[in-house]
Unconditional design. Structure first.
Length: 256
């Protein structure tokens, strides 16, 4: 009985301080939002520091619910670092970070994070001129249970990769999948709820559609959607104004 009481006391004492997980979640959300509209160099160190802090907490004994939340936050910080590594041109590091995020998604048993890992994998491969791999990864990601916004992101990446290959019927079918997912009236999942680069807002969706239609040489549709993306970025909140996507949308208008 004494040993049981001791073990129960140890388990009760284990875990993070009250409120710390909420603070970490707020910090990850801040970094995800800042990623969209501030220079990457200005937040990179904070990303690394937050990741190391979360993994440090996971090295300690944690209550099951706390461990679940920490694995989710560890995975999302790795996901952000995968984006960062890709953006600065360090492709091997991007895939290492992505593997870390996928492992955390499995440990957290979080389908939404697994879906976003597949989407980020598809996005990186699309950027590396591997549209076939991008299509496979996005298709795999769509099998995970996630909110409509997450599925719209995956369908958008899939549609753009198909458009690069010149497969118009399949690309337009994926666009229809994007639009159907976007119309789902469901609550944001654990990843989209963080916002910023880990979300797929209407402005970004319009930018994707402009890019897809441009690749398919449907230039009026491309100009319409790209112009809508630019207008939404210009008139929306400054923290949601993606300088990268807005610039590419302007190029899509010029190409159209």
């Amino acid at each position: 009985a004494g040993q049981t009481q001791l073990r129960v006391s140890e388990i009760t004492a284990a875990g993070v301080a009250a409120g710390m997980i909420d603070e970490l979640r707020s910090e990850v959300a801040r970094l995800a939002v800042d990623y969209v509209h501030v220079p990457l160099w200005s937040i990179f160190e904070d990303l690394v520091t937050t990741r190391d802090l979360v993994f440090g907490l996971l090295d300690q004994r944690q209550r099951p619910d706390d461990a679940h939340e920490l694995y989710l936050l560890a995975g999302t910080t790795c996901l952000l670092l995968a984006h960062a590594s890709h953006n600065i041109g360090n492709r091997p590091a991007a895939f290492i970070q992505l593997r870390g995020a996928s492992t955390c998604a499995e440990l957290a048993d979080c389908d939404a994070l697994s879906a976003w890992c597949m989407g980020t994998d598809a996005l990186i491969n699309d950027g590396l001129a591997r549209p076939g791999v991008a299509i496979d990864k996005a298709t795999e990601g769509l099998r995970f249970h996630a909110c409509g916004e997450s599925h719209a992101m995956l369908a958008g990446i899939k549609a753009r990769a198909l458009a690069r290959l010149g497969n118009r019927p399949a690309a337009l079918a994926a666009v229809a999948e994007l639009e159907a997912s976007r119309e789902r009236d469901d609550v944001r999942d654990d990843v989209c709820g963080l916002g910023g680069v880990l979300s797929f807002p209407l402005a970004k969706q319009a930018y994707y559609l402009g890019s897809i239609y441009g690749l398919l040489e449907m230039h009026r549709d491309a100009e319409r959607h790209a112009s809508a993306a630019i207008h939404t970025y210009e008139t929306g909140p400054s923290e949601a104004r993606s300088y990268g996507d807005e610039t590419l949308a302007r190029l899509d208008v010029v190409n159209a």
